[in-house]
Design a protein around this ligand. Structure first.
Ligand SMILES: Cc1cc2nc3c(=O)[nH]c(=O)nc-3n(C[C@H](O)[C@H](O)[C@H](O)COP(=O)(O)OP(=O)(O)OC[C@H]3O[C@@H](n4cnc5c(N)ncnc54)[C@H](O)[C@@H]3O)c2cc1C
Length: 357
């Protein structure tokens, strides 16, 4: 591939991520209010970027939502360790990658967000042929890197606008591929800064679901996981060793282009969105059920069930997280009432409801 082809390829690969980031400048400006402080001073030895009352609309592909009380983008893995060691153990903690599967409620996050996109970026081919990638590496970069090194099977990552950390947390996948099919080992960091290598056997891995074996009992329907509500993290994914078959890099690059073209044709990428809102129920498609209930085009405030793909909710310009969550509930209820199928959100919902004084 010559330089200009490579440029075209990279531009196309970035298409989906760019679309998810689209209209950041158009997103509604949120007043920078502060949550009651849960914060205490942190270690002075930090090298990353620390902010307070950070608008999460800047870090989520829906371009909506409240602020994070404390927000940290580490300089590297060691800096993340120093940060986590200085954080009170009872402070709620959330990892965020590209925020492409995340709804932050308008009342914001009373706790800490660690942004790993743009932070943990190491990506290399190791002697045994495994690819080691850190959690902040975007799917498109991983797919291109694998193709460049003559590996096949990583093409599907190109269309997922997330980071490896988010893709491990979600077991993200498409077109027959899933993240954990390729994970030989993962690297996690605990709340107390300990770096641990784990095998896939230590997790219960399913369709868009990954739960550490010993956490299974505590994550039931009762705590809202099935309704998309996410809990504070005990461990963060910080890297993984991935295996792909040897193949033809040129064929892999062609496949990446084809898969991206397919997405551009079928998804409403010109509006901020978070991909598929609901998981597909067994043997059916959420989009088919939503369409059958005549919900395409349905709006609440600035949130709309996409006309192009019924399982996408788009921000038409001024949606609040409240608009989006209300529309998610309306779709769930309508589909349950009309078809008897209860859809489970794939997107993760965190934060507090906005208080109306
Ligand atoms: C246009 C579009 C198309 C999409 N298509 C697909 C698709 O085809 N297939 C698919 O599976 N998904 C798809 N998605 C959804 C999304 O891209 C994936 O779920 C992706 O894996 C999210 O990665 P992220 O880095 O953005 O995670 P985020 O959205 O930032 O976070 C998602 C969840 O993972 C957790 N998390 C993030 N990073 C870490 C970490 N390092 N350690 C522990 N937990 C972490 C977060 O706390 C949160 O609960 C699409 C989204 C968009 C906008």
């Amino acid at each position: 591939m010559n330089r200009s082809e490579d440029r075209v390829q990279k531009t196309e690969d970035r298409g989906v991520v760019a679309a998810a980031r689209h209209s950041f400048s158009k997103s509604p400006a949120k007043p920078p209010y502060f949550l009651p402080s849960v914060l205490c001073p942190l270690s002075s030895g930090l090298r990353g970027k620390l902010t307070h009352a950070e608008p999460m609309s800047r870090h989520t592909s829906w371009r909506a939502g409240g602020v994070a009380a404390r927000f940290y983008q580490p300089a590297d893995l060691d800096d993340l360790r120093v940060f986590l060691c200085s954080l009170p153990l009872d402070e709620p903690l959330y990892a965020v990658g590209l925020g492409s599967n995340l709804l932050v409620r308008d009342g914001g996050i009373r706790g800490t967000v660690v942004l790993l996109h743009g932070a943990l970026k190491e990506l290399c081919l190791q002697d045994g042929g495994l690819i080691y990638a850190q959690a902040g590496v975007p799917g498109a970069k991983l797919a291109r890197f694998a193709a460049l090194h003559g590996r096949s099977g990583a093409e599907f990552f190109a269309g997922i606008p997330g980071t490896l950390g988010g893709m491990l947390a979600m077991n993200a996948g498409c077109y027959g591929g899933e993240t954990w099919q390729h994970a030989v080992k993962v690297q996690v960091m605990t709340r107390s800064g300990e770096l641990i290598e784990r095998t896939p056997q230590e997790y219960e891995i399913g369709y868009r679901s990954v739960v550490k074996n010993q956490d299974r009992g505590s994550r039931s329907e009762d705590c809202g996981e099935q309704a998309g509500f996410s809990q504070s993290a005990e461990e963060l994914f910080v890297g993984a060793w991935l295996a792909f078959e040897r193949g033809d890099g040129e064929i892999a690059r062609k496949k990446i282009k084809e898969l991206l073209a397919k997405r551009i044709a079928s998804q409403p990428l010109n509006f901020p969105n978070a991909g598929s809102v609901f998981r597909n129920p067994p043997g059916d498609y959420a989009a088919r059920l939503i369409e059958q209930c005549a919900l395409k085009g349905k709006c609440i405030g600035g949130a709309q069930v996409s006309d192009k793909h019924a399982n996408f909710i788009v921000n038409t310009g001024r949606a609040t997280a409240g608009d989006i969550e209300s529309l998610i509930s309306l779709v769930r209820e309508t589909v349950a009432n009309q078809t008897g199928v209860l859809l489970h959100p794939e997107v993760k919902i965190i934060g507090e409801y906005q208080k109306h004084e």
